[in-house]
Design a protein around this ligand. Structure first.
Ligand SMILES: Cc1cc2nc3c(=O)[nH]c(=O)nc-3n(C[C@H](O)[C@H](O)[C@H](O)COP(=O)(O)OP(=O)(O)OC[C@H]3O[C@@H](n4cnc5c(N)ncnc54)[C@H](O)[C@@H]3O)c2cc1C
Length: 378
């Protein structure tokens, strides 16, 4: 007889590690399986830093979710005595009518979040490294900051294991066979059975539920680190330099203060479609030059290239997440919180997935994340 787990979590990255922890904490007999050994650099959750912010330009619907996520990240910091988050404040920059600025204000107003609305002159005075054009405005929120993704994943897996979760790392799942009251999970090493399965496989999600023909596209993304070559420049550290997202007429890019490894900067989207099994990890001189041009134009910094890393976004057509039961199998739950903005929510999503497994109300509006919003033949 195969051991019967309550839940098998397929993929232990940002989402799966959190689900594993919350399920184990809730007393579930859980097995986590990953093809690599998270935290690793092959998926969507590496690169030293992730932005967390509340004045959410994408939609006010995400604000309660991120507030719960903050609470749970702080709880995990306390439980592990590890630094997972640093508060830097956050600046959303663009024209007053840009989607970024308008959307951030809408979320802040809708949820009564504290924020400042700064004109270009004030921006230049308060953040001299930023060089905004005269029509640029900024939405500044003090609550925003940086999560350390590798530490977050490592901590969640440790907490999960301390609560009795079992992990099988370096083991690739090849197929799921849902039955009436359990699911058989085939890996390259054998078969597991569990009453329920959470599929949190990131960029590989579509491959694991091919029957759903989910309209996901995997997008190659490059992040870059730079030193400042112009001699001593004050104000690049987290106490003076907030995380930022900047929408200009022709692009959107974001970045972080110097967390000890130079300034990290990247474009948001504009990447090539990618196959997660054959991702091009080579970064070209042209790619470095493109981001250097943006830095020279928008900052008082002379960028000296330090290093780059390639990562993957898994995008839905509307850029909202998928958090839903499989339409044909209630014992399979699909979780794809990406589209380039999912990391910050992982702690809250781990808890939501646990509530979904246990059939409890989640306390959140998950309608925007349903699978039936896609016009696919289900
Ligand atoms: C460059 C970049 C910058 C980003 N910046 C931000 C940001 O600032 N703020 C933010 O909130 N979000 C950001 N995101 C988005 C965020 O990082 C992702 O939404 C999140 O990490 C996705 O987590 P995941 O659990 O879905 O995927 P992953 O963390 O990639 O986990 C999926 C796991 O499934 C495993 N797996 C896959 N297939 C199998 C299989 N067949 N068998 C076993 N295991 C399998 C993989 O090995 C992997 O460990 C960024 C993403 C990228 C790429």
């Amino acid at each position: 007889m195969l051991p019967l787990y309550d839940v098998l979590v397929l993929g232990l990255g940002a989402t799966g590690s959190q689900a594993l922890y919350q399920l184990a904490k809730a007393g579930q007999h859980v097995l986590g399986v990953d093809r690599f050994a998270p935290p690793h650099t092959y998926g969507s959750s590496h690169g030293q830093s992730r932005i967390i912010r509340q004045a959410y330009y994408e939609s006010p619907v995400y604000v309660p979710l991120v507030q719960e996520a903050y609470r749970l990240w702080h709880e995990q910091e306390r439980l592990s005595s590890r630094e997972l988050f640093v508060q830097t404040g956050g600046l959303m920059l663009g024209a007053a009518e840009s989607a970024l600025v308008k959307g951030s204000r809408l979320s802040a107003e809708t949820h009564g979040l504290a924020y400042e609305y700064l004109d270009a002159h004030t921006l230049r005075t308060r953040f001299p490294v930023f060089h905004p054009t005269p029509d640029t405005v900024g939405v500044f929120e003090t609550a925003a900051g940086v999560l350390f993704p590798e530490a977050c994943i490592e901590t969640a897996l440790q907490l999960a294991q301390a609560h009795g979760a079992v992990c099988r790392l370096g083991e690739t799942v090849t197929a799921l066979a849902p039955q009436k009251d359990h699911v058989e999970v085939q890996t390259l090493a054998g078969t597991y059975t569990a009453r329920q399965v959470i599929v949190s496989a990131g960029a590989w999600l579509g491959q694991l539920v091919p029957e759903l023909a989910l309209p996901l596209t995997v997008e190659r993304q490059v992040v870059f680190w730079f030193d400042h070559g112009g001699g001593q420049l004050q104000g690049l550290q987290p106490d003076h330099f907030p995380i930022y997202i900047w929408e200009t007429e022709d692009t959107m890019f974001y970045g972080f203060p110097d967390l000890g490894n130079g300034l990290k900067v990247a474009f948001h989207h504009y990447g090539q479609p990618a196959d997660p099994d054959h991702l091009n990890r080579q970064v070209t001189g042209q790619e470095v030059a493109a981001i250097e041009t943006v830095i020279r134009k928008h900052f008082g910094i002379d960028p000296i290239f330090r290093e780059a890393s390639v990562c993957m976004y898994t995008n839905t057509p509307d850029m909202d997440f998928i958090l839903d039961y499989h339409p044909h199998h209630g014992n399979v739950i699909i979780a794809s919180p990406c589209s380039g903005h999912g990391f910050k929510f992982a702690s809250a999503i781990g808890k939501i997935l646990t509530d979904m497994v246990l059939g409890r109300p989640t306390g959140f509006d998950l309608t925007p994340f349903r699978i039936d919003r896609f016009n696919t033949a289900l």
